[in-house]
Write a protein that binds this ligand. Structure first.
Ligand code: NAD
Length: 494
């Protein structure tokens, strides 16, 4: 490690003769991870013209935030309806703070919307590709949209261009995308491809982009890597590596998060059998600063457009390389179990589910978003439907699911059981007495762990959770392998 006179810290990587640079500017306006800094316009080191392709959670957030940072951004969206919405000032997704940044950028003339790269690209030195890379049954994501976007920007570029792949892709993809770009670029125009995966979380996307824990840039030419890093908020920690390394950082980070979630549910399973509370047990585990409490809570497991897909991608890469991914495999199995377990609990409590009516609260994959991709709540509802139960669904932000109703009261009306599948604050605030009065049956499965157990018990409801000491039965514990020398172990009847 070396520290230069400006305070820049450089860590030299042992691997592959390359160098990983971790830098943080001493003149930064905020410490890494400090989100209390004012959201005023950061002054970028150098304002650049940037094209962003794809106006989804990643692209729209990146475009609005880059314009907020002082860059001039042209955002390209292929979907005509979404493009119309953007041009009319309508934010097509639910993300706190995005509407203001978008409006500010449009008013300042630093953010404009286009339907194709041709008119958007002239003058841009950099194009961020932020299109979807949806999952396939093999685990390898479908890179068709990404290749298409790469072809379009390469063909439209009239001067040298750096293409930044922000979409999540398996290691090696940027090299392939560069070949696609070179094949379609005009004679004399050079297109190079850099990896810079995105780590934002839906529901706090703007905050995560402007105050990232770190920015990762993978470039085979370090000077291009440094130029791309300089586009991000000044002062944020930057990990500069090669392209395959950057691509793997994203897969590895999401896989480790998934492993933590699944481990928490593994502990919750034991807590259910032992009759003790997983939330407290996991707090006791996670407060060890080496482990951390984040992503260590019991519940319905992970869902959404990223974690399941990226764990599948990580496993597919391992399989292709002949390298075992035991932990990722186990996390996936435990996650499938977490969803099945909710239905299994209902079955144990109610008996056959055919003909029963169940209210499922939470169709988004988590609280605070309208995104329903790979939603645990929808999966649980589908399993209940397959078992012959009638299901009514509700969500405070997401809409459009079959069986979805407008209000919690409608969902509860005539329900034999209630399942709470997300931590939406609205559900935690439901008065237990109103829930008890609103439903036909007495069974509540609080899979998200947000309800006030005492209040629900007092309201005459039978409440069950995930690892909250509220299992349907607590079998007596017999430990045959254990032998106490003195006194002899008591025999406990099962
Ligand atoms: N959603 C997240 O929280 C998140 C976080 C980190 C990384 N990622 C990754 O980022 C990528 C994008 O994710 P997302 O959730 O924003 O996707 P998304 O599906 O919400 O949005 C993608 C957008 O790109 C548009 N598009 C597709 N092809 C286009 C083209 N050729 N030209 C212009 N527009 C085009 C689509 O119409 C859509 O609006 C994925 O690889 C994802 O895995 C997502």
């Amino acid at each position: 490690m070396t520290i230069d006179p400006t305070g820049r810290m450089t860590v030299h990587n042992q691997a592959k003769g390359g160098s990983v640079l971790t830098s943080s500017s001493p003149s930064s306006s905020h410490a890494p991870g400090d989100r209390s800094a004012p959201a005023a316009r950061h002054a970028p080191l150098e304002s650049r013209r940037v094209c962003v392709v794809g106006a989804g959670y990643v692209g729209l957030t990146a475009a609005a935030c880059l314009s907020h940072l002082g860059h001039r951004v042209a955002l390209v969206e292929a979907d005509a309806h979404r493009l119309d919405q953007l041009r009319q000032g309508v934010v097509p997704i639910h993300e706190p703070g995005l509407d203001r940044l978008m409006a500010d950028g449009v008013a300042a003339g630093t953010l404009a919307f286009f339907g194709e790269p041709g008119p958007a690209l002239p003058g841009s030195e950099v194009a961020f590709l932020c299109v979807g890379t949806p999952p396939q049954p093999t685990g390898v994501p479908n890179l068709g949209l990404l290749a298409g976007a790469a072809r379009e920007v390469a063909a439209a570029a009239t001067s040298d261009l750096v293409v930044v792949v922000k979409s999540t892709v398996p290691p090696g993809s940027c090299e392939a995308i560069e070949l696609v770009c070179q094949e379609h670029a005009r004679p004399g125009v050079s297109v190079s491809v850099v990896s810079s995966p995105e780590f934002l979380r839906e529901s706090s996307a703007v905050e995560d982009f402007l105050w990232p824990d770190r920015v990762v840039v993978g470039a085979d030419d370090p000077s291009i890597g440094r130029m791309v890093a300089s586009l991000y908020p000044p002062g944020c920690p930057v990990v500069l590596t090669d392209r395959r390394g950057a691509e793997l950082v994203k897969y590895a980070a999401n896989t480790l998060l998934a492993i933590k979630v699944s481990f928490a549910n593994e502990v919750a399973g034991l807590c259910d059998a032992l009759g003790t509370d997983a939330t407290t047990v996991l707090e006791g585990v996670g407060l060890d600063h080496r482990l951390g409490t984040a992503f260590l809570g019991p519940g319905t497991g992970y869902g959404g457009s990223c974690l399941p897909k990226d764990v599948a991608g990580f496993r597919a890469v391992g399989e292709a390389l002949g390298t075992p991914t035991y932990l990722a495999d186990a996390a996936t199995r435990q996650n499938d179990r977490a969803r099945r377990e909710v239905v299994r609990k209902l079955h144990r409590i109610l008996g056959p589910l055919a003909g029963r009516q169940v209210a499922v609260l939470g169709t988004a994959f988590k609280a605070g978003t309208d995104d329903t991709r790979d939603s645990p709540g929808l999966d649980i509802a589908a399993q209940l439907g397959a078992a012959g139960a009638g299901v009514r669904l509700h969500d405070p932000l997401a809409s459009g699911a079959a069986g979805q109703v407008e209000s919690v009261a409608e969902a509860l009306d005539g329900a034999d059981a209630l399942v709470v599948a997300t931590t939406a604050p609205e559900y935690g605030e439901l008065p237990a007495t109103a829930v008890a009065a609103g439903m036909r049956g007495r069974t509540v499965v609080d899979a998200a762990g947000v309800l006030d157990l005492r209040a629900y018990l007092d309201a005459g409801l039978s409440i069950y959770g995930v690892g909250r000491g509220l299992a349907t039965e607590f079998p007596a514990i017999v430990w045959p392998p254990l032998r106490w020398a003195h006194p002899p172990a008591p025999q406990v009847a099962v």
